[in-house]
Unconditional design. Structure first.
Length: 97
C-alpha cells in the first residue's frame, strides 16, 4: 500500500521484496498498478539500482533484520539514493529494558 501511495503522488515506483510469494501477492492485489513489483534482496541489490532513486522509503525492514545485519542493510538502503535524493524511514522503537 505504501508503494501504491507513492506512485499515486507521481513517482515512478519500484517496490521490492525478497520473497517471490510476496511480490506475486502484491501484483495480484494491485493488478492495474503503475508500481514495478520486483523480487530482490536488500543485501544483494541489482547494480543498476545503485544511486538511481530520487526517493527511497524504508518501512520496518531494517529493524526486522537480525542486529548483525542492520549496518549492512542501512548502507544498502542509502546506496539506492541518487545525488540529492531523499530518504524516508519508518520505524518503531523498542523498550531498552
Amino acid at each position: 500500500q505504501d508503494s501504491e501511495f507513492i506512485a499515486s503522488i507521481g513517482y515512478d515506483t519500484t517496490a521490492f521484496e525478497v520473497a517471490a510469494t510476496a511480490v506475486s501477492a502484491a501484483r495480484r492485489h494491485f493488478p492495474n498498478s503503475r508500481v514495478d513489483y520486483v523480487e530482490a534482496d536488500l543485501l544483494a541489490l541489482p547494480a543498476q539500482w545503485i544511486g538511481r532513486f530520487e526517493l527511497v522509503v524504508e518501512c520496518l525492514t531494517v529493524q526486522s533484520l537480525p542486529r548483525p545485519l542492520r549496518a549492512q542493510a542501512i548502507a544498502a538502503v542509502v546506496s539506492l539514493l541518487a545525488p540529492g535524493g531523499r530518504l524516508i524511514v519508518v520505524a518503531t522503537s523498542i523498550d531498552p529494558a
